[in-house]
Each structure stands twice: as C-alpha cells, then as structure tokens.
Design a protein around this ligand. Structure first.
Ligand code: HEM
Length: 474
C-alpha cells in the first residue's frame, strides 16, 4: 500500500498506519471531535488517515471546507459505498437519499423530495401551519408540567417527530401514543447505528462479518423500522384517492405509478421506505438536540433570555402566535438561534463524502474514491474567523445597529450539492418552536440543581448531557 501512496505526489500527510487496521488504534474513539481536530497541530488542516484499507482525508477550517464542498462541488458529491446495507435490500438506484451514490438515482430523488417538501401545500394545510400548530401542542405539554422540573428532550422530540409524521403520513400523534414513540425510538436507534463507528468499521472491513459476535445484531432496529413503515405505506395504498395528494407518501406513490415501465427507476416501494426512514433519521435527532441546546443556553444566560422576551413582547406581543414572517423583525431572537446552531455544532463532522473523481484541495492531490470528512465544527469555531469562537455570543450575528447579519462560516447544514436537504424545514421549526416557547414561558434552573454544562458529548452528534428545567408561564 505504501507503494501506491508514493505514486501520489502531494497526498495530504497523516500518521503512520499499520497493515489491515490502518490508523484504527491511533484514533481517539472517546472523543471523535478531538480525533478529527487534534492531528491538525502536527499535520496541518488537511490530513489523511487510513481506516482498514480505506483512505480518509479530513478537512478542517473554512477555507479548505469551502474549496472542496462549494468550489469543487461535484468532485465531492459522492458518498462512500455502504455495501453493509445490501442485504437489507439496498441496491443501485434504491438506497434512500442520505447515503445514495452520486448519480441519476440520487439526483431524481433529491429533486423530487425538495420540491415535494416545498409544496406542502399538499393536503389541506401549509407547511407553516403544520409547524405552528405543533408548536401550540408543545406549549400545552410544557404547561401541563405546572412549573415542576422536567427534561424537555422527550416532548421536543415528539413535537419534531410529529412535523415529519404530518408531512410524510398526513397525521400527527398524541405525545403519549405508544406506537408513535416506538417508531421514533426505533428509527433513531437504527439511524444512530448506521452512522455509528461500529457500522463504519464493519463497512470498511466487511470480513469482520465472518466472525461471529454481537455486531451481527446491529441490523435488527433497521428491519423493525422498515416493517413499521411498510405497514404505513400499505394503509396509504388502500386508502389513496388518486386525485388528491395527502402527503409525501402519496406523492411518492404517484411517481412509482408514473415510472411503472422503467425498471431502473429510483421510484420503487423499497426506495420509498428507505427515503422516509432517511428523512426521519436526518430530521428528528438533529432538530431536537438543537432545540435542547437552545433552552439550555436560556438557562445558562438569563440576560440573553430576558432580551429575547423583550423583543418578542415588543414585536409580537402575547395575543397571537409567532409566524414565520415575524422572523425578519426579530433580529436578536434570530441571532440567538443562529448562535445556538454555531456554538452547539450538532453535526460536528458532517456526513462522510467520497471524491467522485481525482481532485485537489489547497494544492493537495486527492484521488477518486477517497472518503472525505469535512469537519463542520472546525468551521463553526474557526479561530481565524469568529470573534469569540468558544463562547456563546449572539452578537456574532448582529451588526452595530442590532440588525441581523449572515456569516459565511455559518455552515451547520454543510454546503454544496449534498448539503442538508431539510434546511428550510429545520429553520422553520427552530424559529417557530423557539419563539413560541419563549413567548409563553420563562425558563429556570430547578431549585437545588446545578447550572447545566455546555460540554455535552461528541459521539455521532453533539448532544447536551441530560438536564431539567422549570417552565414558568409568563
Ligand atoms: C444532510 C445537518 C435537519 C434531511 C445533512 C448534512 C448535515 C445536516 C450537516 C450533511 C450534508 C453533507 O453531506 O454535506 C442538519 C441539521 C439539521 C438538519 C443541523 C437541524 C438542525 C434536517 C431535516 C431534514 C433533513 C429537518 C428533513 C427534511 C437531510 C437529508 C440529508 C441531510 C435528506 C442528506 C442529503 C443528501 O445526501 O443529499 N443534514 N440537518 N435534515 N439532511 Fe439535514
């Protein structure tokens, strides 16, 4: 292998690797974030690792990440092969959307999904209405705690999950509906496994599957999630009215019908299941965790909370619900939400990419088929760019007159062709949920409990340690 590397002039430097396992033993699995940022001290912002036989290049900082994902967008638009899922039914043009290889199947599916989500519109309610309505249910659930302390994560997760249910299945569920909770739980579990270190390792070293052991059980949550989704699709087919599109599943079923004669089409029933699974997996945990961080920062920084309250009182008042149009008139509240996303760097390592052809970044040569990790955290906290990269500081997004300003290095949704498909939806949810909650409640640290910490835990995503709050009606 060393021989092959020598042929590549200018391949990014990295730690010396061992046969078979590469750098596996040198990687800090306790803290993946440090594993991806620490080697920059020795090797620079672009460095290489070897995992099994696979070459991995890690990109740190705004310049490298932008050059790769934006300027050379197509060169970096592929995802690593994930042959691990083949026996779950994944195949060419039928691999969902998140991990789909770059090509016709992914393009069709991405275009369809984006325009379908945008048009909701579908059925009777607009997307904004669906989110506003759910924000109302979330407030009622917070109220029902009567000022007693609770961990907000469970309710937020249900509210965020319900927005996806409403879009894809056409209905929402009560927060204590057992079937609903089981489904959310299973999809989250499966999704975390798929993104987890264990399946990455199995994927890169599939020969491990020949060795018996508990790692074979990791597929069960997938099978269970797919069963639940298949059942829901079956009901849709039975109750469908071809003249009326109720939701995402109906819209997809229409595409399947149109593509009946094309065996290569990306619109098949299997792919419908995989796509809905991906949407739930990508949407729920990320948005939930971001909102948990936002409330945690309100507990830690009462002055910031007070200014958000004042702004909402002035612009919206207490008699009507926040609407998406209010966002432009709430620069401080908006800055708090942006700063939350910057500082909590939820998807800190992005989602792995693969080079689609030989390419280069900052003068380094990167061959086709290399796994690329663009460390979004290193952009969101780039010390060359942000005034206070390692502090919660909403002023990052405000000018001297208190007006909202965008920042180039604000990339929590990544950038380029594969960037987050749900950005618009996520923005709506973050704004409407946050503004509605802050309109109705003052958040306190429960008496006798410590101030919640902002370190959290970097595993797949960066989530806060669990904490409790009191929601006092205003
Ligand atoms: C991909 C972040 C919410 C659907 C991604 C990626 C990031 C991300 C960093 C990887 C992009 C890349 O490879 O460069 C976030 C954050 C969210 C959020 C921080 C919330 C705060 C959502 C929502 C949806 C969604 C609500 C649902 C509609 C997707 C999908 C992909 C994706 C389908 C894969 C796109 C592709 O491969 O073409 N997201 N996301 N995300 N996200 Fe999100």
């Amino acid at each position: 292998h060393m021989k092959r590397r020598k042929r590549w002039n200018n391949y990014p430097p990295g730690p010396v690797s061992f046969p078979f396992i590469g750098n596996l033993l040198q990687i800090n699995f306790q803290c993946p974030r440090l594993a991806l940022t620490e080697p920059t001290e020795k090797f620079g912002k672009i460095f290489s690792l070897q995992v099994g036989w696979k070459n991995v290049v890690v990109l740190n900082g705004l310049e490298a990440v932008k050059e790769a994902l934006v300027q050379r967008s197509e060169d970096f638009a592929d995802r690593p092969p994930f042959s691990l899922f083949d026996h779950l039914g994944y195949r060419k043009n039928c691999e969902g959307i998140m991990m789909a290889r770059y090509g016709r199947g992914w393009k069709e599916l991405r275009r369809f999904t984006l325009s379908t989500l945008r048009n909701f519109g579908l059925g009777k309610k607009s997307l904004d209405q669906r989110v506003t309505e759910e924000a109302g249910y979330l407030c009622s659930a917070f109220s029902s705690k009567d000022g007693h302390s609770f961990n907000p994560r469970f309710l937020i997760n249900s509210a965020v999950g319900n927005v996806m249910c409403s879009l894809t299945f056409g209905n929402r569920f009560e927060y204590n509906n057992e079937k609903f909770l089981r489904m959310l739980h299973l999809i989250e579990e499966a999704f975390n496994i798929g993104a987890g270190i264990m399946s990455q390792i199995l994927n890169m070293m599939p020969w491990l599957l020949y060795i018996p052991g508990p790692h074979h059980n990791i597929f069960q949550p997938y099978a269970d999630s797919f069963d639940i989704l298949r059942e829901i699709v079956k009901k849709h087919k039975e109750t469908r009215d071809p003249g009326f599109t109720r939701d995402f599943i109906d819209a997809f079923l229409e595409e399947i019908e149109k593509a009946k004669m094309d065996p290569e089409s990306t619109f098949s029933e299997d792919n419908l299941i995989f796509t809905v699974f991906d949407l739930f997996g990508a949407a729920t945990e990320t948005t939930t965790v971001t909102l948990c961080w936002a409330l945690l920062f309100m507990l830690r920084y009462p002055d910031v909370q007070r200014r958000v309250h004042e702004e909402i009182d002035k612009v919206i008042g207490r008699d009507r619900s926040p609407e998406i149009e209010d966002q432009v008139n709430l620069p401080y509240t908006n800055a708090v939400i942006y700063e939350t996303q910057r500082y909590c760097d939820v998807v800190f390592a992005g989602v792995p990419r693969t080079t689609y052809r030989d390419t280069e970044v900052q003068g380094f040569f990167i061959p086709k088929g290399t796994t690329i990790i663009a460390v979004l955290s290193s952009v969101l906290k780039d010390e060359m760019i942000w005034e206070k990269p390692h502090q919660f500081y909403p002023e990052h997004f405000l000018d001297a007159d208190g007006q909202f300003v965008k920042q180039e290095a604000f990339l929590p949704f990544s950038a380029g062709r594969r960037m987050c498909l749900g950005e618009q939806l996520a923005r709506k949810e973050l704004f409407l949920f946050f503004a509605t909650l802050l309109q109705h409640f003052t958040f306190h640290i429960p008496e006798g409990q410590p101030r919640p910490q902002e370190d959290g835990c970097y595993i797949l995503i960066h989530s806060p340690d669990s904490y409790e709050l009191c929601a006092i009606p205003r």
